[in-house]
Design a protein around this ligand. Structure first.
Ligand code: FAD
Ligand code: UDP
Length: 382
């Protein structure tokens, strides 16, 4: 064995695939009973509808290297993500665009009129100098739209004072003064034609890769544990960085999600794949209706049943799945301390969303794994 990869998410599988292709023998372990980390999906048994087990995953990228790489394992459908939001019994397009603005203000503003209005409603806040989520949000869309669509949604999603949240969270969403309501700005987007799991399995399908599921790296009753492996061979670790160091610098804060899934006897519940619920009277943040991700699967799409999933957000305890790094200033201090500790670990490479405590989209996880392979691991071949 030449390399141990802890975690079979996109980061771990990308490193494993590259290493295997270069002739290394790789073992990938994962504590879950399936590969793929949070991108894993499976067919709901009654309907055959593909359900993204850990929340809806939309692939998008503007990185040509990543796009070329992922196309080795899957083709992509022409799905373009569009989201709607259900505020006070009216449905609006999201992210904020000219359609949202005109519907909200019952107006017919031109792009420049809408721009002037939002600037006035942003008041004292400016995108360049905004210090936190609230200031940045108001600077971007003005106070009335911020309060309608962002303030309470974010209260449900993060349960954190918006002054303590980074403005980067809200800048994930574009604001457009056109009627373009695409959720993402990237050059390429789509869903894997045969589903995420087929894609992930193809990445792992190499004679040099041995995947062992249901294996926890910190379980010393199994041989591939931290104590037995560190210093013996190169290790790529994609689990939570604080867990690796037994929380020596304190626990970093994470949000987790609870999903409530239902099969309904109706052909179409909400007419779209994702409906956000920005008001406090709905305890969930959004509802996913999975058949709308694949309208091209005609028979599955047309049936008189549908699968929906309500998404609830809360703080993660140690036993919960960590989904979103909260990234308060205390967390950032903790992360710096863990980075120092990580430097002292012999030939252990921390990567991925959990290993670096960064909110990484799939294309970012894959891109950074390709870089880690190239810069830190492949060179040992020379
Ligand atoms: P993960 O997928 O989390 O994989 C880490 C793996 O490590 C897991 O399988 C875990 O079981 C394993 N592991 C952890 N600890 C141990 C241990 N002790 N022993 C063994 N194994 C261990 N990205 C997009 O591009 N588009 C989206 O629409 C999108 N939506 C998302 C929605 C949600 C709710 C979430 C949480 C994320 C979303 N993402 C999305 C991000 C996407 O999930 C990540 O980019 C991707 O999963 C990162 O892969 P990773 O390998 O870093 O981590
Ligand atoms: N957000 C919001 N209202 C919405 C959608 C998003 O307030 O209708 C905020 C929220 O704080 C969220 C952030 O914008 O965490 C980023 O949104 P995104 O859709 O990228 O979140 P994700 O899909 O990662 O949960």
């Amino acid at each position: 064995m030449d390399l141990l990869v802890v975690g079979s998410g996109f980061f771990g599988l990308t490193v494993a695939e590259r290493a295997a292709a270069a002739g290394r023998k790789v073992i990938v372990i994962d504590r879950r009973p399936h590969i793929g980390g949070n991108a894993y999906s499976e067919a709901e048994p009654e309907t055959g509808i593909e359900v993204h087990r850990y929340g809806a995953h939309l692939f998008h990228t503007s990185n040509p290297t990543v796009w070329e790489y992922v196309n080795r394992f899957t083709t992509f459908t022409s799905y373009v993500h569009r989201v709607y939001t259900h505020h006070k019994d009216v449905v609006y397009p999201m992210p904020v665009n000219l359609g949202t603005i005109n519907q909200f203000f019952q107006a017919a503003y031109s792009p420049s009129e809408a721009r002037a209005l939002i600037k006035e409603q942003a008041g004292e806040f400016d995108v360049k100098t905004a210090q936190n989520f609230e200031e940045k949000g108001i600077a971007l869309v003005g106070r009335p739209l911020f309060e309608a669509f962002f303030r309470d949604y974010t209260a449900k999603q993060w349960q954190t004072d918006p002054h303590k949240l980074s403005g980067d969270i809200v800048s994930r969403l574009p604001v457009r003064y056109t009627y373009d309501n695409r959720y993402f700005n990237d050059t390429w987007e789509g869903l894997p034609t045969e589903g995420y799991t087929a894609w992930l399995e193809r990445m792992a399908d190499h004679p040099n890769i041995d995947v062992k599921l249901g294996v926890d790296y910190f379980d010393e009753s199994q041989p591939l544990n931290r104590r037995a492996t560190v210093g013996q061979l190169p290790i790529v670790y994609t689990g939570p960085v604080d867990r690796y160091f037994d929380y020596a610098e304190g626990a970093l804060s994470w949000r987790t999600l609870d999903f409530e899934q239902e099969v309904l006897n109706t052909s179409d519940f909400q007419g779209t794949s994702v409906m956000n619920y920005p008001d406090l009277d709905a305890p969930f943040t959004r509802i996913h209706e999975f058949k709308h991700f694949h309208p091209e699967r005609k028979e599955i799409f047309a049936q008189d049943k549908t699968v929906i999933m309500r998404e609830f957000s809360r703080f993660a305890n140690r036993d919960d799945e960590p989904y979103y790094p909260v990234n308060t200033s205390a967390d950032r201090d903790g992360l710096l301390a863990y980075r120092e500790l990580a430097k002292g670990e012999q030939d252990v490479h921390f990567g991925g969303r959990l290993g670096t405590y960064q909110y990484l989209d799939m294309h970012m996880a894959i891109g950074s794994a390709l870089s880690m392979w190239r810069n830190d691991l492949a060179v040992q071949d020379d």
